[in-house]
Design a protein around this ligand. Structure first.
Ligand code: CDP
Length: 216
C-alpha cells in the first residue's frame, strides 16, 4: 500500500506522516528532507545552483538514507542542519531546478522501490512520484496558522525568528513551489483535502486512519 501526502510549507505533513507510519507500521520517506539536504550542501560548499555537472556528481556519489525517520548523508545525520530556517529560506529556489528534481526523483525511487508499504510526503507525490498511490491526501491550512506552527517549532530549537517574517517567507515559498515550471505543488485530482486549521496532529492522523479503514 502506498500513501501520498502533499501540501504547502508547514501544513503538518511530516509530523502527521511520522505518526501515521508508526501507527500503520509503514516506512516513511520525507522528500522535503532530500531537497533540504541538497540545499544544505550547495550553500555549505558555496556552489552555484546552475552548476549542473558538479551538483549531479555530488548527488550521484552521495548516500542518502532514512534511519528512524532521520536523514543521513554519507552515514552522518544532518537532520538538525537541514531544518534550520536559513535552509527553509533557500530550498524552494533549489527545488525549482528541473535537473535537481530529476536526480532526486531517482534517489526517491531507489529508496522506495523495494518497499511495499510506504508513506511519502512532499509537493509532487500524488501527481508525479506516486501517481498510482492507494490514498492521496492534500493537507492545507491558512498561512497564519502554518507560520505560527513553524514559529513554535523553531523557538523550541532556540532559533530566533520573527512570526510576521516567517509568515512572509512561507507565503513566498508557497508561491515559488506552486508556480515553478516542473512538477509544481498541486493537489492531485484524486487527492482528499484535509484542512488542518482547527485540527491537531492526532486528529488529522485519526482522520486519515479512518479513511484507510473505511474507504479502501
Ligand atoms: O516542512 P516544510 O513544509 O517546511 O517543507 P519540506 O517538506 O521540508 O520541503 C522543503 C521544500 O522542498 C519545499 O518548500 C519545496 O520547495 C521542496 N520540495 C519539493 O519541491 N518537492 C517535494 N516533493 C518535497 C519538497
Amino acid at each position: 500500500m502506498k500513501i501520498a501526502i502533499d501540501g504547502p510549507a508547514s501544513s503538518g505533513k511530516s509530523s502527521i506522516a511520522k505518526l501515521l507510519s508508526k501507527k500503520l507500521n509503514f516506512e516513511y520517506i520525507d522528500t522535503g528532507a532530500l531537497y533540504r539536504a541538497i540545499t544544505y550542501i550547495i550553500y555549505k560548499k558555496h556552489i552555484n545552483i546552475q552548476d549542473e555537472k558538479l551538483i549531479t556528481d555530488i548527488i550521484k556519489s552521495s548516500k542518502f538514507e532514512f534511519i528512524d525517520n532521520k536523514l543521513y548523508l554519507n552515514n552522518k545525520s544532518i537532520d538538525v542542519e537541514i531544518r534550520k530556517n536559513i535552509i527553509s529560506q533557500r530550498v524552494s529556489e533549489v527545488a525549482a531546478q528541473p535537473f535537481i528534481r530529476k536526480l532526486l526523483n531517482n534517489v526517491i525511487r531507489n529508496i522506495s522501490n523495494h518497499l511495499k508499504n510506504i508513506i511519502i510526503d512532499g509537493r509532487d507525490i500524488g501527481t508525479v512520484v506516486l501517481p498510482n498511490a492507494d490514498l492521496k491526501i492534500y493537507l492545507d491550512a491558512s498561512p497564519k496558522i502554518r507560520a505560527y506552527r513553524r514559529y513554535l517549532e523553531l523557538i523550541d530549537k532556540n532559533e530566533s525568528v520573527i512570526l510576521e517574517k516567517l509568515e512572509e517567507e512561507i507565503i513566498e515559498r508557497d508561491f515559488i513551489d506552486t508556480n515553478r515550471e516542473v512538477d509544481p505543488l498541486k493537489k492531485a485530482d484524486d487527492a482528499i483535502i484535509i484542512v488542518t486549521d482547527d485540527l491537531n496532529i492526532r486528529q488529522v492522523v485519526d482522520k486519515i486512519y479512518d479513511l484507510l479503514n473505511n474507504d479502501l
